[in-house]
Design a protein around this ligand. Structure first.
Ligand SMILES: C[S@@+](CC[C@H](N)C(=O)[O-])C[C@H]1O[C@@H](n2cnc3c(N)ncnc32)[C@H](O)[C@@H]1O
Length: 260
């Protein structure tokens, strides 16, 4: 289970990142396209993109489901404002995945790319999605498991005791929660995806620009000393590979069916 994550800190972090997000989210967009390929073939009428961020997936969902009403929902008001500007043809709602403000059985599909790992309790996200889906509806989601950003975690562990990287549930814990959610599992795949960066600044900057820097309770407050930064840089450089500095993501992609 995560440390308690302050919802407001998550919302602020992503709101602040909204305008720059797409320019730094090449990797996240690649994962979105992988997840879109998992979407069911039958046509859907009411589709929710949960944690829609800048709305990047909305036109892609619309191409896939041309007759659908597509709603983008997000916890971060700044993300929603930016998404509305970029894609005014869609509808939007401010919503927390752990407490969805939608009617029972409102949607035929809920799609969610790389959003629910910011929630405290994944089983609550599953329960809320289950409630808001019609029988026969699908929840298609990607989330992150423990092992994500392990290079950063290991490098910081050589410097101090603070928690510099967000905590993620283990794969087993995520799969156990899915198994008891009431959903039928059509697809559940876990894979390691690696994003390479030319240098440390590019790696840490990109996390910050997409709002994914550390927002957990154990984080160090205040500025990190130059000495600690130097130690961190030395430690992370030990992970360098031919393609650059790796940032690994342990990604769980699922297509879940609410039984009839
Ligand atoms: C990494 S971005 C992904 C955005 C989008 N799905 C994409 O693929 O481009 C994560 C998004 O999840 C949103 N988010 C985080 N916690 C959330 C929650 N509890 N409920 C709804 N959205 C949330 C953030 O505000 C952010 O916009």
């Amino acid at each position: 289970m995560h440390d308690v994550i302050a919802k407001q800190a998550v919302a602020k972090s992503f709101s602040d990142a909204a305008q720059d997000y797409d320019a730094f989210a090449r990797f996240q967009h690649h994962l979105a396209e992988t997840l879109l390929a998992l979407c069911p073939d039958d046509q859907k009428q009411q589709v929710l993109d949960l944690g829609c961020g800048t709305g990047y997936c909305l036109p892609l969902l619309s191409l896939r489901y041309p007759i659908a009403n597509i709603l983008g929902a997000d916890l971060a008001p700044g993300m929603l404002a930016w998404a509305k500007q970029q894609h005014p043809e869609f509808s939007y709602a401010l919503a927390d995945a752990e407490n969805l403000p939608f009617a029972h059985q409102q949607f035929d599909m809920i799609f969610s790319n790389l959003a629910v790992q910011w929630c405290d309790d994944f089983s609550q996200v599953l329960a809320q999605a289950f409630k808001c889906l019609k029988p026969g509806g699908h929840f298609v989601l990607s989330t992150l498991a423990d092992g994500t950003l392990q290079e950063l975690k290991q490098a910081w562990a050589k410097v101090d005791q603070h928690q510099h990287v967000n905590q993620f549930d283990s794969e087993d814990a995520l799969q156990d929660m899915i198994a008891t959610s009431g959903f039928q599992v059509e697809v559940c795949e876990v894979s390691t995806m690696v994003d390479y960066h030319p240098d440390v600044r590019s790696l840490t900057d990109s996390l910050k620009r997409i709002g994914a820097h550390n927002i957990t309770d154990g984080r160090a407050r205040g500025l990190t000393s130059p000495k600690s930064v130097k130690q961190f840089v030395q430690a992370i450089e030990n992970h360098r590979q031919e393609q650059g500095l790796p940032a690994s993501y342990r990604v769980l992609n699922c297509r879940l069916l609410k039984p009839l």
